[in-house]
Design a protein around this ligand. Structure first.
Ligand SMILES: Nc1nc2c(ncn2[C@@H]2O[C@H](COP(=O)(O)OP(=O)(O)O)[C@@H](O)[C@H]2O)c(=O)[nH]1
Ligand SMILES: [Mg+2]
Length: 349
């Protein structure tokens, strides 16, 4: 048989591939067909399903609800959140951690929550190139942060994206969130293990780490701990160990571990993996695993109720909103009175 690229057989097969790709891209999904494709583990379907649930449009909510009903999570996964300022090395650590995990036999999904990417678009591009090897791996799925977001930010749909990844058979879900604003609090309530990442020697004020975020962490990673940075990283780690000592014990019952890690050399990566394994096993035995997940389901319901209310009102009373905003800007109405009258207006005003 000829292997010549210009042979008629090859041309026919290329045409067939192109036609198939065209059909696929033009495919009109129903919640049923999309859910089935997600459960079969088709990546394009998973990407499409996440795009669906990211939509805040009221007309899309029936469709999304049907999709989510048909893609229940088996609940066997481990969800890990990583937070830290831009530049802490989250994407780099996640790529290395994820590649180690697929080598150990896990199927890994990475989701990014980046409220700042809407403005800069920078993180989006950065993550795609940074997780290059992981995103190409057949046992991994990498979803860079959505660039568009309405009220409540990208985090709004992250718990649904997690569910979809689990339905598609991914058993290790890694969520990257930038340590600004409310995103780390929201992500904390969606993951089993929460990791705070710092750079050694950079100082707290520089990194903008709030005490509340340290309290939420199950592990503190002092990152980029290699070569001439090692001494500074050890000092930072010592300071955090001391600070954690005076904080109350976390509700999980496990003390927060402070670890030195380098994603350049890989030092500390095995220890981080083992620590997370240890927490998982301990919490499954103690009951904390189930307690936390149950509480998180309730948190998610509350979050959605707030979000759906505001989105529905924004959609149906958009004109009144603009009018009232103008009144407030011109000093003709008080913010409180305007907000109240808007809330009490009937829909479609
Ligand atoms: N020295 C050193 N640099 C690192 C390490 N991990 C990441 N970096 C670098 O830190 C910069 C920011 O990394 P990135 O993963 O994009 O950080 P993110 O914004 O937190 O996702 C990049 O230039 C990385 O190459 C590490 O372990 N050691
Ligand atoms: Mg990043």
């Amino acid at each position: 048989m000829s292997s010549d690229a210009s042979s008629p057989q090859n041309a026919r097969s290329r045409a067939r591939d192109a036609a198939r790709a065209l059909i696929q891209s033009a495919q009109v999904w129903t919640p049923e067909s999309l859910a089935k494709a997600v459960r079969e583990g088709q990546r394009e379907a998973l990407a499409q399903a996440i795009t669906w649930v990211e939509s805040a449009h009221p007309d899309h909510q029936d469709r999304n609800e049907a999709l989510l009903r048909l893609t229940p999570s088996a609940g066997q996964s481990v969800r890990i959140g990583f937070t830290g300022i831009p530049g802490a090395g989250k994407s780099t650590l996640i790529e290395r951690f994820g590649l180690d995990a697929v080598r150990r036999g896990a199927r890994v999904a990475v989701l990014a929550v980046d409220p700042s990417s809407q403005r800069t678009q920078g993180a989006l591009l950065g993550d795609k190139t940074r997780m290059h090897d992981l995103s190409k791996h057949p046992d991994a799925f990498v979803r860079p942060s959505a660039a568009s977001s309405t009220l409540g930010g990208v985090a709004r749909s992250t718990s649904e994206a997690i569910q979809l990844c689990e339905a598609a058979g991914y058993d290790l879900i890694l969520v990257e969130t930038v340590g600004v604003g409310q995103s780390e609090v929201t992500v904390r309530s969606m993951v089993d293990v929460f990791v705070l990442m710092l750079i050694g020697g950079a100082g707290d004020d520089v990194q903008g780490i709030k005490r509340g975020v340290v309290e939420m962490a199950d592990a503190v990673v002092v990152h980029k701990a290699e070569e001439d940075r090692l001494a500074a990283c050890r000092t930072t780690a010592g300071a955090y160990r001391q600070a954690l000592h005076v904080l109350p014990q976390p509700p999980s019952g496990s003390d927060t571990e402070v670890m030195l890690v380098s994603s350049l050399t890989g030092d500390g990566h095995d220890a981080l993996w083992e620590h997370i394994q240890h927490l998982t096993e301990t919490w499954k035995k103690s009951g904390w695993w189930k307690t936390q997940r149950t509480q998180q389901r309730l948190d998610a319901m509350h979050r959605h109720a707030r979000q759906l209310l505001i989105e529905s009102h924004m959609h149906h009373k958009a004109e009144a909103w603009t009018r009232l905003e103008k009144d407030v800007l011109e000093g003709e109405a008080s913010p409180f009175a305007s907000a109240r009258s808007w809330v009490h207006l009937p829909l479609n005003s």
